[in-house]
Design a protein around this ligand. Structure first.
Ligand code: NAI
Length: 339
């Protein structure tokens, strides 16, 4: 067993852990703890190289710092990756070794689920570390809170472009997984008219709305686009084809490049910054750890839309993109906490 701390310019801690007995190779990155211990999910993917894994974990942990700050929860940004195929390489010994790794960091990083790991996996990891979150008694899958946060932000943004409620509004959802399917349910209850796409035929997309091919959803004739699958889908090629007036979805890292936020603004498309819009899941983890009431969680989720409102108003006043204003607001919070 070995743990090695690596230097990284804007991260507090990067640690690589190898456990020969279980074949675990994992990396934890802690970006910033000015607001509290670092929290963020653990991804398990068959990364081609250690460098790919490192690049991913550094980028994702940084994003978590911004997400926690903008969501108003007392945590910093962290993330973990396990290098391996979750379908073939995952087993209790490997998850326990990962739990030992997290425990050895002494609470600097709190783990949870992400791509390639499930709530059940985090329960197994939690047999070896007190620093795991997401499976508290009385709570379900935190993706439900992510979907609720997206729904609140979408409704807020729609009012901003002159709409009232979401009844009859045409919403396109890309991806019908944990977040997208739950969002579709909420939108259905609100009377929205759904167009959906998912690359996985097992998702039974037709149960949720009118189905279009995966490569057609971005340019569909809709009012609101909800990206709930992949990152980097908003780019210089896709943006000129988008007909929606609002973009509000659960996917992380929707913008391929920072400049794409300016392109959206110039195109008259109101972009709801992804890490604010999809912060509901991490907000729920905070409330799970606090043992809060469902009412307190619901009230906090609703504040995401208030923060979005502030971002939209400030962006209009300053002539900046909503993404730039959200970054500035988040940075002011975690830089400010350092004193
Ligand atoms: P998921 O894996 O459950 O669902 C993703 C869905 O997108 C799958 O059904 C997949 O088949 C589909 N998909 C993949 N490529 C597609 C394409 N090109 N076109 C259409 N559909 C496609 O993932 P989950 O948990 O719903 O997360 C979705 C996004 O939201 C990810 O970017 C994730 O990082 C982000 N996110 C999720 C949170 C959560 O609470 N689950 C919290 C914050 C962010």
């Amino acid at each position: 067993m070995s743990t090695a701390d690596l230097d990284s310019s804007d991260h507090e801690l990067v640690a690589i852990y190898r456990d020969a007995a279980s074949d675990l190779v994992a990396i934890v990155a802690v970006h910033d703890r000015a607001l509290g211990p670092a929290i963020g999910g653990c991804r398990m993917l068959p990364y081609a190289t250690l460098e790919h894994a490192l690049t991913d974990v550094l980028r994702l942990s940084r994003g978590m710092t911004y997400k926690c700050a903008i969501a108003g929860i007392p945590y910093g940004g962290g993330k973990a990756v396990i290098i391996g195929d979750p379908l073939t390489a995952k087993n209790p010994a490997l998850l326990h070794a990962f739990g030992d790794f997290v425990e050895s960091l002494g609470g600097r990083y709190i783990t949870s689920f992400d791509s390639g790991t499930t709530l059940d996996d985090i329960r197994v990891i939690g047999e070896r570390t007190q620093y795991s979150a997401g499976y508290a008694d009385g709570y379900g899958n935190a993706s439900a809170s992510t979907a609720i946060g997206v729904f609140h932000c979408m409704a807020r943004a729609w009012r901003e472009v002159g709409g009232t409620d979401l009844r009859g509004v045409r919403v396109g959802i890309q991806g019908l997984g944990n977040v997208g399917a739950r969002l579709a349910g909420l939108l259905g209850e609100a009377g929205a008219v759904l167009t959906v796409a998912d690359t996985d035929p097992a998702r039974d997309a037709q149960l949720f709305g009118a189905v279009v091919a995966a490569d057609e959803i971005l340019s569909a004739d809709i009012d609101i686009l909800a990206p709930c699958a992949l990152g980097a889908i908003l780019n210089e090629r896709s943006i000129p084809t988008i007909r929606a007036r609002v973009i509000a979805g659960g996917a992380n890292n929707q913008l391929a490049a920072n400049e794409d936020a300016d392109l959206l603004r110039a195109s008259g498309i109101l972009y709801c910054p992804d890490y604010l819009t999809n912060a509901g899941g991490i907000v729920e983890l905070h409330h799970q750890r606090m043992g809060s009431t469902p009412e307190a969680l619901a009230a906090h989720l609703a504040t995401l839309a208030d923060t979005l409102g502030e971002v939209i108003v400030t962006a209009a006043q300053c002539g900046k993109s909503t993404a730039a204003v959200a970054d500035h607001m988040a940075e002011a919070r975690f830089h400010g906490a350092r004193g």
